[in-house]
Design a protein around this ligand. Structure first.
Ligand code: AHR
Length: 525
């Protein structure tokens, strides 16, 4: 299979029976793979925002997940949980999208400012029909981003809000002088404006954000974005609602309407794609190997989707000035038994870690066009990093992938070529291996390798082009079962471990990737 990312996967299914590498005896049924890392050819930067996140007013993501209020016995800073902030700082969360999602297109930001006890309530019609008390609003979100040390990304309401409302929001947040909105901000306790770069003009306007045709959305977008102003030296990076999955017509119409010669009315286009769940079981933790393969096939499909949308974007914008901001993606399983179906609270297993490892490698390899991606959603919703239960908190297998992959943030993407075995199950098969590589500002090369085959290790012979390795070290994420996951009683059932099965060789390195594992290697030269 030849991909647009120069990662070449050739099916070689021979057995490496009783092979002995420097690392010791290798299982009789291990497979062989060849990887070439072109350390002399990097040109694109892996934008750290590819490792971005998304948090919506949905279930217990905001309330309980981040926000417990200043009077809570759960340790907090101005109402925001300290344990969650600390965990997200450890993965260097670069950017956080808020307040939705579908919620964004019925959110009226003025209900979420001023003394909390005076804020009006609303019904969260998309997510469980619960009453939203608006205690977490603009000030609380921007405080959260400051505590996290990340960029805020706000999604405005195009579906049911007015242009004036959207214009006022940007003025409220970013205007430094005297104005009705800046004065209101000061009255609410914030003298200085905030910096706000990323602003989305609507969410899923082909669906929950107003059920629009692309032509209609493009016209609406043109009007709304006109009034999203740059105040002082604040510069807004405007992001248009992108397509769902393989809706190429949406991309075509938006690019045709919004990019004309040197005039661009958008800086980013935001596709969404959820890779689904199992073939038979939707459970996050009780699934078979057929479900495993099904879900991972769905994850790998993002390669084809990116290639399709990029081809259209290249036609209108060959210089790649408009970025793909993939601001919702992830696995979508059944909710945990006994929880509110509208809250999308799901467990997270080794399979989800695989989904994350594969998808992030693919985004890395598309770094020339993909400048942001936001997994859905950070805490307690869908493919979460963190689950909370009152004062308790656990880190999911997906969290650990973000921890291991943080070495790719802002590093230079190194092209790779891969010839590896297939993972075969019954009458189905997929490439077993997936890879991306980068070089950081200190010159260290990092290689993230995913082996989705749950039964077979893979022996990798790697060639480092233009680099002489001196030292190699690594970390591995794996578990005994494909369904392994962390619980509040066993929060460390799946967590990274030191990996010692990689050795420098003449011209590169050799390693053995365990079955169903994610390995991130660090190479010093
Ligand atoms: O992430 C959950 C929902 O999925 C979002 O609100 C919506 O944008 C998407 O359909």
């Amino acid at each position: 299979m030849i991909t647009a990312t120069k990662t070449r996967v050739m099916a070689v299914t021979f057995l490496a029976a009783a092979l002995t590498f420097s690392s010791g005896l290798i299982a009789a049924e291990s497979r062989m793979a060849q990887v070439t890392i072109k350390a002399d050819q990097g040109k694109d930067t892996i934008n750290r925002n590819i490792y971005g996140h998304f948090s919506e007013h949905l279930g217990t993501c905001i309330y309980g997940g981040y926000w417990v209020g200043p009077d809570s016995p759960i340790p907090n800073t101005r109402g925001i949980r300290n344990d969650v902030v600390q965990a997200l700082r450890a993965i260097k969360i670069p950017v956080l999208r808020w307040p939705g999602g579908c919620f964004a297109d019925e959110y009226h930001w003025k209900d979420g400012i001023g003394p909390r006890e005076n804020r009006p309530t609303m019904i969260n019609t998309h997510w469980g029909g619960v009453t939203e008390n608006n205690h977490f609003g603009t000030h609380e979100f921007l405080d959260l981003c400051e505590q996290l040390g990340c960029e805020p990304y706000i999604c405005g309401n195009l579906g049911s809000g007015t242009i004036e409302e959207m214009q006022d929001w940007v003025e409220y947040i970013t205007f430094d002088g005297k104005s009705p909105m800046a004065d209101l901000r000061r009255k609410n306790g914030r003298e200085e404006p905030w910096k706000l770069k990323y602003f989305g003009v609507g969410n899923e306007n082909w669906g929950c954000g107003g059920n629009m045709r692309p032509e209609y959305y493009a016209d609406q977008y043109k009007r709304y974005q006109t009034y999203v102003r740059n105040f002082g030296d604040n510069r807004i990076f405007k992001i248009a609602c992108g397509p769902s999955g393989a809706n190429y017509e949406w991309t075509e119409v938006l690019m045709r309407e919004l990019v004309s010669g040197r005039r661009m009315m958008l800086q980013g286009l935001a596709p969404h794609y959820y890779c689904g769940t199992g073939r038979k079981s939707r459970s996050a933790t009780q699934f078979t190997e057929a479900d495993w393969l099904w879900n991972l096939r769905g994850a790998l499909r993002i390669e084809e989707l990116l290639a399709g949308h990029e081809k259209i974007m290249d036609k209108y914008d060959p210089q790649k000035r408009v970025a793909i901001m993939f601001d919702e993606w992830g696995a979508w399983h059944a909710v945990e038994p006994g929880t509110n179906p509208g809250f999308l609270y799901q467990q997270n297993s080794l399979r989800d870690a695989m989904v994350a490892g594969l998808t992030l490698n693919i985004f890395n390899n598309h770094a020339a066009r993909v400048k942001m991606a936001n997994i859905a959603q950070t805490v307690n919703v869908l493919q979460a990093m963190i689950l909370t239960d009152g004062p308790r908190m656990l880190l999911t297998p997906t969290y650990h992938v973000y921890y291991l992959y943080r070495v790719h943030h802002d590093a230079t993407l190194l092209p790779t070529e891969l010839a590896g075995p297939e993972y075969v199950f019954e009458s189905d098969k997929l490439p077993a291996l997936n890879v991306s590589a980068s070089r950081d500002s200190a010159g260290k090369v990092h290689v993230s390798l995913v082996n989705i085959d749950p039964h077979h290790a893979v022996d990798v012979k790697a060639q480092l082009q233009g680099l002489t390795a001196k030292r190699i070290s690594g970390q591995v994420l794996t578990a005994g079962a494909i369904t392994a996951h962390n619980t509040f009683d066993q929060p460390t059932a799946v967590e990274p471990a030191t990996f010692t099965d990689a050795k420098v060789t003449e011209g590169g390195f050799r390693t053995t990737l365990p079955a169903k594992s994610i390995v991130v290697l660090e190479i010093e030269s």
